[in-house]
Design a protein around this ligand. Structure first.
Ligand code: HEC
Length: 370
């Protein structure tokens, strides 16, 4: 098993070091949208209010009211992609303001979107861009929707509080008395402003035997505030497997730290009850993630997670370091790899390797935006 650990560490370093040379391409591609424009309205952009700037240079493609344009107008303008509806609160709340600031400054292409969304960094000041984003965020604001700033980076064990649209393939290799290899397909779907349903299919190979498990869950984000960068949810998961079933009610929270929330803390308190076998366990965890931007939406995030389990007979602590890497320019496809080790108490589990491939399907197809 020691050899396995070395192989794992080498793969780990190889994958992540491949991404390190990516530096902000954003600077290079800041095409000057209006270099050839002679229109006098561009001359005094500095003094203009965000709404006026929007009306004079954005509304052609985004519509006077920010709702977008008709398909006919789109064809007339020759755009390959339909500009979004800024007045749709679900769309409007999804990305953090800083992400939109980047798109406006460096252009759609830099962030894996249509190159028809121009780069305005050459003609708009940082302040102009900030004001424009505040304006756009205000026209589609609906306080029921948690804002993108609260969508913190996903740790492996801690359930996020943010309602998601995601598809994940999760692997978990555990070295124990009986080694096991667990494959999970997980689908989460948001509905309404604050609800999410999820379904999970698990196949676990253990000593040549296959065990299956099916899980369903529901989550409600009952509190969220962009001002204090905090959100909290309650949820419940049901799972059925051969010889039993269990349910897990839980409380989940997320807190952004620092002015931008690049550093986040997320935590869970879960109770697991298996009525047939009478097993009861408390599982609590806390995870820190620090997002480092490589380029556009590509981030790399070292994550440290502490997990405490207590089955009311004994308790144990685990530590799990992971690296999360958002691979696409939009940041909507990500890979995570890490391991978990017991640090206090005793458990049959000695060492486990954890990882997932994540696709946020609300932000485009898997192969878009690379
Ligand atoms: C020439 C047409 C055009 C102009 C002018 C234009 N945009 Fe866009 N914009 C687009 C298109 C097309 C998209 C959709 C890109 C995609 O989804 O691939 C877009 C997308 C966006 C996005 C959303 C990115 C996301 O999260 O999906 C923002 C924000 C934005 N534009 C802001 C602006 C602002 C602010 C201005 C004016 C300063 C502006 N745009 C001017 C065409 C334009």
């Amino acid at each position: 098993m020691l050899r396995f650990r070395y192989i794992f560490i080498i793969i780990f370093i190889a994958i992540f070091s491949a991404y390190l040379p990516i530096r902000s391409r954003a600077q290079e591609s800041s095409e000057d949208y209006t270099k050839d424009e002679e229109s006098p309205s561009y001359m005094k952009l500095d003094d203009m209010k965000a709404e006026e700037i929007f009306q004079s240079i954005c509304s052609t493609c985004h519509g006077k009211d920010g709702r977008g344009i008709s398909d006919e107008e789109r064809k007339k303008l020759g755009l390959d992609t339909m500009p979004p509806n800024f007045r749709d609160p679900k769309f409007n709340s999804r990305e953090p303001a800083s992400f939109w600031e980047g798109v406006i400054k460096y252009g759609g292409k830099t962030y894996g979107y249509s190159h028809f969304m121009p780069a305005f960094g050459g003609i708009l000041t940082e302040q102009n861009i900030k004001d424009l984003v505040s304006y756009l965020k205000s026209i589609g604001y609906d306080k029921r929707y948690p804002q993108g700033e609260l969508n913190f980076t996903r740790p492996f064990f801690t359930t996020k509080a943010f309602p998601e649209d995601e598809l994940l393939y999760i692997v978990n290799f555990t070295q124990a008395n009986r080694n096991s290899f667990k494959n999970t397909v997980y689908l989460a779907k948001r509905f309404g402003p604050v609800y999410q349903i999820e379904i999970k299919g698990v196949g676990e190979f253990s000593d040549g035997e296959l065990e299956n498990e099916l899980e369903g869950g529901f989550k409600w984000c009952f509190f969220h505030s962009k001002e204090i960068l905090f959100l909290s949810s309650v949820g419940i998961e049901f799972s059925v497997y051969r010889g039993g079933w269990s349910y897990i009610p839980y409380l989940s929270f997320g807190k952004g730290l620092g002015s931008s929330g690049d550093l986040s803390l997320q935590g869970n308190l879960k109770f697991k009850h298996d009525p047939k076998n009478g097993n009861l366990a408390l599982i609590s965890s806390i995870a820190s993630a620090y997002d480092i931007t490589l380029a556009a939406g590509r981030i790399i995030s070292p994550i440290f997670e502490f997990i405490y389990e207590n089955d009311f007979r004994s308790g144990r602590f685990y530590l799990s370091p992971q690296v999360y890497l958002a691979m696409t320019k939009r940041g909507h496809v990500a890979l995570s790899l890490g391991f978990r080790r017991i640090i206090l108490g005793s458990s049959a589990e000695k060492f486990s390797v954890v990882g997932f491939l994540l696709w946020d399907f609300a932000d485009g197809w898997f192969f878009e935006g690379w």
